[in-house]
Ligand binder design. Structure first.
Ligand code: KIV
Ligand code: NA
Length: 278
């Protein structure tokens, strides 16, 4: 497969070829995702929740994002890797924002950055785009503002909120983003935004009309995380169960002295052993 590029993603929208995206945070998972044919990997700041065990994405640092991006980008050859700019790394001066995004590209080797927000982040988006950094937008439910939003709920439900979301999408497109994540918005609003924009929309909890879909690795594969998956998640495997039962067998076999067996064990010649140890 040829490397996925922003131009290719644009063409996929035009040709109505759905774009597949998922998060990954380390080397083996990114390698498996590419082998399975994923178009885009997001090194999401959701790693704060699913990998680091925080209860939001707010404690996640730029260094955390770089560390995980390094592992992911080492694993892939053709997959387009986008990394989240974490909480408060694009709200200071333009200079700081440029420096932070540059670190994700130069140290993390990501191809693009993702930023949450609408019209209010347009100056920052423009500065990055002018510097040659592809930017992905993210509107609707924006987890970095969870305490301001006041909970994990569907966005754009009133006419005014829907109009605001549409305006944000347009402003981001004009600022030069190559794609926009729509998180937790109604099917109809996502369809309308997707139709009004010429760049791809990537939905999560945003219905089937988006140009692409994104899911979190741990949700998609049933790896740790929640007992009751969110409504918009489809769990395609239960790797948490597999891991637990594998570990349980290992524990049982160690306790029962069934592991290691002969085939896992090294021995010297019997005569030599006898001469040494009787
Ligand atoms: O961090 C993340 O995983 C995300 C996706 C949910 C879009 O931002
Ligand atoms: Na994120």
């Amino acid at each position: 497969r040829k490397p996925i590029t922003t131009a290719k993603l644009q063409k996929m929208k035009q040709d109505r070829v759905p774009i597949s995206m998922m998060t990954a945070y380390d080397y083996p998972s990114a390698m498996l995702a590419e082998q399975a044919g994923i178009d885009m990997i997001l090194v999401g700041d959701s790693l704060g929740n699913v990998v680091l065990g925080y209860d939001s994405t707010i404690p996640v640092t730029l260094n955390d994002m770089i560390y995980h991006s390094k592992a992911v980008t080492r694993a892939v050859k053709t997959t387009f890797v986008v990394t989240d700019l974490p909480f408060m790394t694009y709200h200071g001066s333009i200079d700081e924002t440029l420096k932070n995004a540059a670190r994700l590209m130069q140290e993390g080797h990501s191809k693009a950055v993702k930023m949450e927000g609408g019209t209010e982040i347009v100056p920052a988006v423009k500065a990055l785009v002018q510097a040659g950094i592809p930017v992905m937008g993210h509107i609707g439910l924006t987890p970095q503002s969870i305490h301001q939003i006041g909970g994990y709920k569907i966005q754009g439900k009133t006419p005014a909120a829907a109009q605001k979301l549409m305006d944000d999408a347009k402003a981001l497109e004009e600022a030069g983003v190559f794609a926009i994540v729509l998180e937790l918005v109604t099917d109809q609003l996502a369809a309308h935004v997707t139709e009004q924009l010429s760049i791809p929309t990537i939905g999560i909890g945003a219905g089937a009309s988006c140009d692409g879909q994104v899911l979190v690795f741990h949700d998609l594969l049933g790896y740790g995380g929640e007992l009751h998956p969110k409504r918009f998640v489809k769990q395609y495997a239960s790797i948490g169960e597999l891991i637990r039962s594998g570990i349980r067998q290992y524990v049982d076999e160690v306790k029962g002295r069934r592991f290691p067996a002969q085939e896992h064990t090294f021995r010297m010649e019997e005569e030599f052993a006898a001469s040494l140890y009787g």
